[in-house]
Design a protein around this ligand. Structure first.
Ligand SMILES: Cc1cc2nc3c(=O)[nH]c(=O)nc-3n(C[C@H](O)[C@H](O)[C@H](O)COP(=O)(O)OP(=O)(O)OC[C@H]3O[C@@H](n4cnc5c(N)ncnc54)[C@H](O)[C@@H]3O)c2cc1C
Length: 396
């Protein structure tokens, strides 16, 4: 009997996790990545909740632990770098998780663990999709048409293939926050804490340790200004204009971004879809349910999504499996997308009075409103339900 064939588009955490588990369930899997090479970029992300169990079932927990960023916790600081509040890693509700790793390292670990029945093709993407009910014909940019039993779209928040599929409806919830990520040189002042600094004008600067001897920085701001389509030099100039008077380490980060070649922009957008499948095509990861860093746990949810999808496909025909996958995942996603009142405004105050109020809340209230906000991030991907079991043959 020949194996069923799946095409997974996108070699991010969602696509790689899906490919890994589908192959373990006996599928013949092709992964298509739009970029010409594996994307190992990205900053510190965490593995939480049910994703810890998925990682352990992959046998990769130790590998990930070995690549940990060694972050000790999260600290809110003022303009002089003085700590206002700390959330140590031992705090299960804090923003820093016990398993913190660079996104690229995690993706690399899963890529390296893919079974032989997975083929990864770079520099290609889907141009057309035709689902006749028994199989899906996809037309590729590289030319030929190919036929699959299932297409899984894991292309991230700005997925294009998703928008080609009749029957998939997407609502984009813009959260009004843009984040610029980049790697800068480490200085003696940098410690093992994730330091958060808020400045008036809805601006935030964060610095995080990594294991490679550099520092991972973000510049975030609220309001208009989609920088996504600008060339990198213009993005850097815009960031300098917005942050030159923000205080704390703004100048250092802006200068660092001017030299960094991995500046990555994200205009935070939640993706909400009433259904994650149409016929033999489904969506997963950020393409299906982007929760944004404000919801937290997008990577954990991507790992869980890949596992759950494959587990149901290992035990039921495609239509039934896609329905069960959605039923299992939806409560986790709805929970992560429900931002508490005050978000994002509380973290991004526009006035000097707002900044003072945030610092006061932090000072008196690692236990109050701030704790409730950070605790949400800590709880992401947590469920009392057991993961569905895999029904397919053992790994080949
Ligand atoms: C380079 C990079 C850096 C990131 N850095 C951070 C970070 O620092 N902090 C953070 O919180 N999150 C970051 N993210 C987002 C984070 O990885 C995701 O929120 C989460 O892991 C869920 O991943 P995903 O696989 O659903 O989507 P993504 O991680 O966005 O992966 C989607 C993949 O699909 C590919 N793709 C897109 N369109 C197509 C297409 N038409 N055909 C084929 N392939 C396509 C993309 O190139 C990408 O490799 C980053 C993502 C990327 C790609």
């Amino acid at each position: 009997m020949t194996s069923p064939r799946a095409l997974v588009t996108g070699a991010g955490i969602a696509g790689l996790s899906t490919a890994y588990w589908l192959a373990r369930a006996g599928w013949d899997v092709t992964v298509l990545e739009r970029f010409s090479a594996f994307r190992d970029g990205g900053q510190n992300i965490d593995v939480r909740g049910a994703a810890r169990e998925v990682l352990s079932r992959m046998g990769l927990e130790e590998a990930v632990r070995g690549l940990g960023t060694t972050e000790q916790g999260t600290a809110l600081v003022d303009g002089d770098g003085r700590v206002i509040a700390r959330f140590p890693v031992e705090d299960p509700d804090g923003p820093t998780a016990e398993l913190e790793i660079l996104r690229g390292d995690l993706a690399g670990v899963i890529l390296g663990a893919l079974p032989d029945s997975v083929t990864v093709r770079y520099g290609d993407q889907i141009e057309g999709v035709r689902d006749d009910g028994t199989s899906v014909e996809v037309t590729l940019m590289s030319g030929p048409a190919e036929r699959y039993d299932l297409v899984v779209i894991a292309e991230g928040v700005r997925s294009r293939t998703r928008d080609l599929i009749p029957g998939l409806t997407v609502t984009r919830r813009e959260l009004g926050v843009t984040m610029a990520y980049g790697t800068i040189a480490r200085t003696g002042d940098d410690d093992r804490w994730w330091r958060w600094y808020s400045a008036e004008g809805g601006r935030q600067i964060t610095l995080r340790p990594d294991r490679t001897g550099t520092t991972r920085a973000t510049l975030a701001f609220t309001g208009d200004g989609d920088l996504g389509d600008l060339p990198l030099d213009r993005v850097r100039a815009e960031l300098r204009g917005r942050f030159h008077d923000a205080g704390w380490q703004a100048e250092r980060v802006v200068d660092g971004f001017a030299r960094s070649d991995d500046v990555y922009l994200d205009r935070l957008t939640q993706i909400v879809m009433p259904s994650w499948s149409a016929g033999r095509v489904c969506v997963t990861g950020d393409a299906a349910w982007c929760v944004t860093p404000l919801g937290g746990g997008g990577t954990s949810l991507a790992m869980v999504g890949g596992y759950v999808l494959a587990a149901y496909l290992s035990r039921a025909e495609v239509g039934v499996a896609l329905t069960r996958y959605e039923q299992w995942m939806r409560p986790l996603i709805e929970d992560a997308q429900k931002l508490p009142p005050g978000t994002p405004g509380l973290f991004y105050p526009t006035s000097a009075a707002g900044v003072r109020a945030l610092r006061l809340a932090a000072r008196i209230g690692s236990t109050g409103v701030l704790r409730r906000l950070t605790a949400r991030i800590g709880h992401v991907a947590r469920t009392g339900r057991a993961l569905p079991e895999m029904g397919g043959p053992p790994p080949r």
